[in-house]
Ligand binder design. Sequence first.
Ligand code: AGP
Length: 362
Amino acid sequence: DASDIEKGTYPHYMLKEIDEQPFVIRRIIQKYQDDNGELAIDQAIVNEVLNADRLYIVACGTSYHAGLVGKQLIESWAKIPVEVHIASEFSYNMPLLSEKPLFIFISQSGETADSRAVLVQTRKLGHKAITITNVPGSTLSREADYTLLLHAGPEIAVASTKAYTAQIAVLAILAASAAKAKGLELDFNLMKELAIVANVMEMLCDAKEEMEKIASDYLTLTRNCFFIGRAVDYYVCLEGALKLKEISYIQAEGFAGGELKHGTIALIEDGTPVIALATQEHVNLSIRGNVKEVVARGANPCVISMRGLEGEGDRFIIPAVHPALTSLVSVVPLQLIAYYAALHRGCDVDKPRNLAKSVTVE
Ligand code: AGP
């Protein structure tokens, strides 16, 4: 569809692609339904997953961050061990493989050379592979045994947004299908919860003014910014930091809340912006303790929490979604904050310096 690759009334592809996320989630719900109207993955793929004794997710950048969330979903729902590897490290630092490994390559473009090198290498060893990609017919799709499509529509902005949430949604459906096939039914309806996620994403996309205000309050003049979170929030912090650094050139890092005291806290100075995510009940107290620690060293905190877990002074509260699916919504404010920070600083949002949309060299 030609309208897919036009900006329309949007000033940038990135903003358009952020806004498309609710629709992408709904499209995924539609595309991944079986004849009974239930969320399902192709039986042949589920069989491969069940035959494996360990899954190896291999990816780069944002796709790697989606893989970290996917590991958690697959391990907690389907009880299958998963390792997540950065593609460019895999070949040189190859893990000891299990007896029956199955590889899952996550790549928006399906053209990333680092990921492809691992695919070629592991196929030579006789291992099977699934590619999760947005581009049908891409190299990684053609060369793998199976493909799961993201159905996100073309992603043009160099900073990946809708592909990340699509990757997590597809991984969630894969995890749920594998769980079901093992007789481990989830105690909630994933389709219904993903539909709620899409609605909440829409509300978050409507909160642009608040996100723009956060960007101008915290990020106009700063030279750095830290993102802290625990459990799945930590993984989303890694993604939020990558978004911010690649388009605004602010030095940004995501840290696990509990790791701060082991070194990172030395970086906190008067006024250092610290964006904290608090969407997980079991770590809510401890992440808030970490916020107090950085505030005591002068940090300027911006807490983004989930409804029901909010605390005094939180800067933004995300409407509640299922606790296992928070990454799909908590990333949206971080994408928007990165977008506005880059805009305010006069950066080329869609085409940041030194970066290409797909990295086809190793
Ligand atoms: C994300 O915003 C990046 N531009 C980048 O990290 C990207 O996710 C990475 O290069 C992997 O690309 P792929 O998903 O197309 O393989």
